[in-house]
Design a protein around this ligand. Structure first.
Ligand code: 3PG
Length: 208
């Protein structure tokens, strides 16, 4: 995941989308507002179609898939053209499947043992999920001791208000969240509201 460029803005919008037709307008809105790295979660039947549409019609977007739970999900998102895959946790089967593809997988972790298993599979960057319920920035600070070379993208309960305390940590490269694309605004196609929320993310910086 280290190939993703978060120098412009270290925020990954986490999107649940019910209509593939809306995907292009939403992706354009996020890209134009300075958030080109977008996670489309596999939580709706249209998620892969949405990824395909964004890949085809919004070339400036770096679109990946979230909620990738197993090898079959990984196969589907590779076929859809996703640039990366994000999992809320990880299994041996998913680690092995990811090793067979060139797609970057961001596995999810919430415990030290899960980090250690990911390290055994050669991963050094993880989604920390669900960040706030699992221990928040205090847990990430504690992990910096034993896992000095490991980097995290916390998601789950992150907001514009608590994002700075995560981004101030040396082991955090970006944060993910849905706060800039609230479900009611996505459903309503309220791109101006999403643009405004996304633009306010420009005030966020990681310590690099
Ligand atoms: C997720 O994968 O659900 C993300 O972590 C989004 O969480 P949020 O809706 O709390 O931002």
């Amino acid at each position: 995941m280290n190939h993703l460029d978060f120098t412009a803005c270290p925020v990954v919008p986490v999107i649940r989308i019910d209509s593939a037709e809306q995907a292009v307008g939403l992706a354009r809105t996020l890209v134009d507002a300075g958030l080109p790295t977008i996670e489309i979660t596999l939580r709706t039947p249209v998620a892969c179609s949405a990824i395909e549409r964004i890949v085809a019609e919004v070339p400036a977007a770096v679109v990946g898939a979230g909620t990738v739970l197993n090898a079959e999900d990984l196969r589907r998102v590779v076929a859809a053209g996703a640039r990366f895959a994000i999992a809320p946790g990880c299994t041996d089967a998913l680690y092995r499947a990811a090793a067979q593809t060139s797609l970057a997988l961001l596995p999810g972790v919430a415990t030290a043992s899960e980090i250690m298993r990911g390290l055994e599979y050669g991963h050094q960057t993880f989604k920390f999920f669900p960040a706030e319920p699992a221990g928040g920035s205090a847990l990430l600070k504690a992990w910096a001791g034993p896992f000095a070379n490991v980097r995290f993208i916390p998601t789950g309960g992150i907001t514009i208000a608590n994002a700075p305390k995560y981004l101030a940590l040396p082991n955090v490269i970006a944060v993910g969240g849905s706060w800039m694309a609230p479900q009611d605004a996505v459903v309503a196609g309220d791109w101006p509201r999403i643009a405004q929320l996304a633009r306010s993310c420009q005030t966020l910086n990681n310590r690099a």
